[in-house]
Ligand binder design. Structure first.
Ligand code: BGC
Length: 768
């Protein structure tokens, strides 16, 4: 764990440059606008350690699978969102010598991510051999209003330097992925053009044929008009590179800014034939409006987003900074403006996980979108609906009926290629079914369930019914050879969580079928016809749910994570020397697999999903047993443990786990943020506040709250939408206030009291 950034409510500030941590800080300073995003790597050349990465949402490449030992059923490729044309580059020379923070001398390095305004600033003072000094200040933002536009500025201020400063803003299509399986280059050049006004570079992905036209314009502005700036601008190009070279003779006191505007358009959004014209037109419009206006409209849009999504915490600046960072990164990556997209675990911040979709979306991100804007949550459900046929193909490939959603995908095809996950981590199917239930319960809108979701549920149920094994001696159903959410154990039998999700899905499917039959007999008949569902199948599903086997430890009154878990050497994390954590960086994989240490919420994940199924004492006993053995080496884990801790009144624990989830990347808890941020767990941090501290749930069709004030907080406040209403919930030491900001009157339950809400009226209750 590190404490690298200055505590601030709205900013992430780094003072001093630590080259050995450059990948970590590059991840932290990621910016995005849903359409595109980039790591916080430098504009100018940097020969130190760095992972340059500019990613375009939905633009991917099928990288041929590379494994040591091929197993039947492995996917042929891993679809990854890939590094694309570098439009950030601005090389700089000072009297002919490259400015390179790996070799140049400098002082007062400072980086600041201003989350309120969505802008990254970096500055330092270059120092020359004779004590000359130049202040460089770089700013960048990706427009939230014009998703194709990015704006960069470099301000140069010569304190006492006399000489020539050269700036070379460029577009470079010669980019690679560090994780390319066969060192392949994923792009080919289609066109490059360069005029005095505009540079253009058009690249296309091999195989998938995504075409990307990037247009750039630059301008130099003298900030010190008394000192003339006889700058010279030359065109400069090479293979797959277009740019301009500005040579600026300066004297002490000179101050100027280079603006670089780029427009990035992809063939996902525009016809290939129009792509270059569209990019140019967008760039021309941006140029005409100018940098300042672009920035103004961008920040106004962000302010409006903050108005809806902000969580305001007082009394705990680190908690405040943590949650704003999470919200900022989430909204920068996926705010629902393109329903074809989904949420990759690293967002735009790195290559790991390929920028594609995991169960993370349904199990961890879903509540954030559901509670703030259910339409976005519905888009996420449709994303899976559109991939149902591929999920059926995926199950068939494994010789099973029904649908098995992939562990990792972008277009519905499984991409994961480790047998213990691809073939065994089948619990992911359960999270997709659960999200359908969660959406329906929260919104009260049954249309998705009945018109689309039910088809998914039936196919997932068919999968479970085929995947279970009947055990005649014990007269029960088991699920053998699986990996539960805890990936620190593989190929186990009867993972309690997986068995629970399977049986629950079968029941929920049957209940939903009954609902459809009651609601609309004709539609039900058509559905049965379409899916070919038989009475035998339904009977079999009922029997499976009745006879599902759940491993249980009688003497402790807890669920056993899976068969034989209790036969392991049962230690707790507190017994481990801190120097051995995280285990995945210190222990052999074999040792991890044999140990009792749990990577992430597993039994606790099941307790989290179904609070109504388990009484508080049962939850407490299980939590007491499993939490001390959980190393939380998946970022997804602490938020779930935090919520469950809140429910059983373990407030200190809930708060400690909250900090761990909300500041996971800022404090680099798992020493792995250099690969990229943990975006999907960031949604969990938000949920830890809303479902955990505020106790939000829907019970008996009523919105309920049971808030408390965690740790040193003096208050917190957030907004949600619920069935056409907008609510603001504020909790402080004395009272819980619920304000109906928009929508019709509504009765909710706070603690055990019914509270009638009327528009613009704030109801308050004493905090318990
Ligand atoms: C976790 C998985 C998760 C994946 C992507 C893994 O480390 O164990 O549960 O889906 O990361 O976030």
């Amino acid at each position: 764990m590190t404490h690298r950034f200055i505590d601030d409510e709205w900013k992430i500030i780094e003072e001093g440059f630590a080259p050995e941590e450059s990948r970590f800080t590059e991840s932290i300073f990621t910016l995005g606008n849903e359409h595109m995003g980039l790591r916080g790597f430098f504009e100018e050349r940097y020969t130190g350690d760095s992972l340059p990465g500019i990613y375009l949402a939905g633009v991917y490449y099928p990288d041929k699978t590379k494994v040591g030992w091929w197993k039947n059923g492995y996917p042929e490729y891993f679809a990854k969102v890939i590094n694309s044309t570098n439009w950030i580059g601005i090389d700089i020379e000072i009297n002919g010598i490259p400015l390179d923070l790996a070799t140049s001398k400098f002082r007062d390095f400072r980086r600041e991510l201003d989350m309120k305004n969505g802008r990254l600033t970096r500055s330092f003072v270059w120092t020359g051999p004779r004590g000359e000094e130049i202040v460089f200040t770089f700013t960048r933002f990706l427009s939230m209003t014009r998703k194709n536009i990015a704006c960069l500025a470099v301000e140069v201020n010569s304190l006492n330097f006399n000489g020539v400063i050269t700036l070379l803003p460029y577009l470079d299509g010669d980019v690679t992925n560090e994780d390319a399986n066969y060192g392949e280059k994923f792009w080919t050049k289609i066109n490059q053009e360069l005029t005095a006004e505009t540079a253009l570079l058009t690249m296309e992905t091999k195989k998938t044929g995504f075409r990307v036209a990037t247009a750039m314009a630059t301008a130099l502005h003298n900030r010190h008009p008394e000192t003339p700036l006889p700058a010279k601008k030359e065109l400069c190009s090479a293979e797959e590179l277009v740019g301009y070279r500005y040579s600026v003779p300066v004297t002490a006191g000179a101050r100027f800014t280079l603006h670089k505007l780029v427009a990035v358009c992809t063939s996902r959004d525009f016809a290939k034939a129009d792509l270059e014209t569209t990019s140019r037109a967008k760039l021309a419009k941006a140029l005409a409006d100018g940098y300042d206006l672009l920035y103004e409209e961008h920040r106004a849009k962000l302010h409006a987003m903050w108005e809806e999504y902000d969580v305001v915490i007082t009394g705990d600046i680190r908690a405040q900074q943590g949650i704003r960072y999470c919200i900022f990164q989430l909204l920068s990556t996926y705010a629902g403006s393109d329903p074809r997209l989904n949420i990759g675990p690293k967002g735009f911040s790195g290559e790991k996980y390929g920028g594609v979709v995991y169960w993370d979306t349904e199990a961890f991100c879903f509540p954030f979108y559901l509670y703030t804007n259910a339409e976005i949550a519905k888009n996420l459900l449709f994303f899976r609906y559109r991939q149902l046929d591929k999920a059926k193909e995926n199950a068939a490939k494994l010789g099973l009926k029904g649908a098995l959603y992939p562990m990792v995908t972008i277009d519905g095809t499984e991409c994961h290629n480790e047998w213990e996950i691809t073939f065994e981590e089948i619990h992911r199917n359960g999270a997709i079914a659960y999200a359908i239930h969660n959406y329906t319960r929260y919104t009260g809108d049954q249309s998705y369930l009945l018109d689309y979701g039910l088809e998914i549920l039936v196919e997932i149920s068919r999968f479970w019914a085929d995947r279970v094994t009947y055990h005649p001696r014990k007269d029960c159903y088991m699920i053998l050879g699986v990996t539960g959410p805890n990936e620190y154990e593989n190929n186990v039998n009867n993972n309690w969580y997986t068995n629970l999700m399977a049986a629950w899905t079968l029941t929920y499917t049957i209940d939903s079928l009954n609902l459809l039959q009651t609601e609309n007999q004709a539609k039900y008949a058509a559905f049965i016809d379409k899916t070919g569902l038989t009475a035998e199948e339904l009977n079999q599903w009922r029997t499976i749910t009745e006879k599902m086997y759940y491993p249980y430890v009688e003497e402790l009154g807890i669920f056993e994570q899976n068969d034989l878990y209790m036969d392991k050497e049962l230690q707790v994390v507190a017994d481990l020397p801190p120097s051995e954590l995280p285990l995945n960086k210190h222990w052999s994989w074999d040792r991890i697999l044999r140990s009792c240490f749990i990577k992430q919420a597993d039994v606790v994940q099941g307790l989290y999903f179904f609070p109504e199924k388990f009484d508080r004492e049962t939850v407490r006993r299980n939590f007491d047993f499993y939490e001390p053995r959980t190393v939380h080496e998946s970022s997804l884990s602490p938020s779930v443990h935090s919520i469950v801790a809140s429910r059983i009144g373990y407030k200190d624990k809930a708060y400690a786990l909250y900090l761990r989830t909300a500041r996971l990347d800022l404090d680099n808890y798992n020493a792995d943020t250099d690969d990229g941020i943990h975006l999907t767990s960031m949604a969990g941090s938000w949920t830890a506040i809303v479902e955990g501290f505020a106790g939000l749930a829907v019970r008996n069709d009523r919105l309920t709250l049971a808030p408390y004030l965690p740790g040193p907080w003096t208050s917190y406040s957030f907004k949600i939408t619920f069935r056409g209403r907008k609510l603001r919930i504020t909790v402080d030491r004395e009272q819980v206030s619920v304000q109906l900001l928009a929508g019709a009157p509504l009765t909710i339950v706070v603690y055990d009291d019914e509270v009638a809400l009327a528009p613009d009226f704030c109801r308050t209750l004493k905090t318990r």
